[in-house]
Design a protein around this ligand. Sequence first.
Ligand SMILES: [Zn+2]
Length: 323
Amino acid sequence: MSDLDALQAWLGPGARPARHALTGQVGVALPPFVDHHVHLHLFDPAKLAEHGIAGVLDLGGDPDALARRECGIPEVAYAGALLTARGGYPVGRAWAPDAVVREVASSSAAPGAPGGARTAVDEMADAGASFVKVVLHAGAPTLSDDTLSAIIEAARTRGLPVVAHAEGAGMAQQAVRHGVDALAHVPFTEHLHGETIAAAVADGMLWMSTLAIHAGSEAAAVARSNLERFAASGGRVLYGTDLGNDQAGPQAVGVSVAELSALQDAGIRGPELVRTLTDAWPRGVVAGLASFVAGAPPAEEHALPEWLASARVLPAEELVAAP
Ligand SMILES: [Zn+2]
């Protein structure tokens, strides 16, 4: 096996030895890292790039503010406001001002119908959303099957995938049954049946990890068990931290050692672990950038999260092939 083969067996096919042309530093270039679950209105993203993150998915924010933000690094794809039932979660929560929530009152497919499913989806699509996010939360009024179907139908019409926040009894199952494209969190409130996990995998559903926010709670073990089975059956997992959500204490801005370690604990290792970071869903790869990690990768698996978390984002043109 050549050195390159060995490197790629460990870190995936996108890894290559590289030298930073400006500093001479030698290390490994990887495809740009993406945090697939953040909330930009709740933290300062300025330091993301120097801590390895080139792109983010904003999973719930003010669509007007997101549409107005300047382009730069990190590259941002967003859902806009969360679509929920009238009086549903997270209406009234301190972290979710009115601008980041839309209450969908009916399954109307008529464009412009007040409170209708189509109206809410059109607003997000017109504000530049790359996907829409629905809230399925059993602890509050929740979307009916009809309204959820209508939202999904409207999103398909606008060419947008659908991400669901699923929390509480039966909510992940509802998402799977409706063919939702992605779950914003690995299900953390109940152990899913094998059939539900198999159906999610067969349907190509994506799960965003967000494991570290459950640290120290019962939800951590539930999420781990669900994820172990989903990943072992071939389910596609995306690294996501819910950055801005500090329920388990403030999160560091950048690649999270805690999140990567929790993914490893669920059996996602080596090239699979790196792939959760470099998956370019839904918009394709962040052009012209690389996540560069100085030094040689560790030989020991347990040290991989810390090494990956020392990445920083560089223009790909500043990296030259190293022997
Ligand atoms: Zn979130």
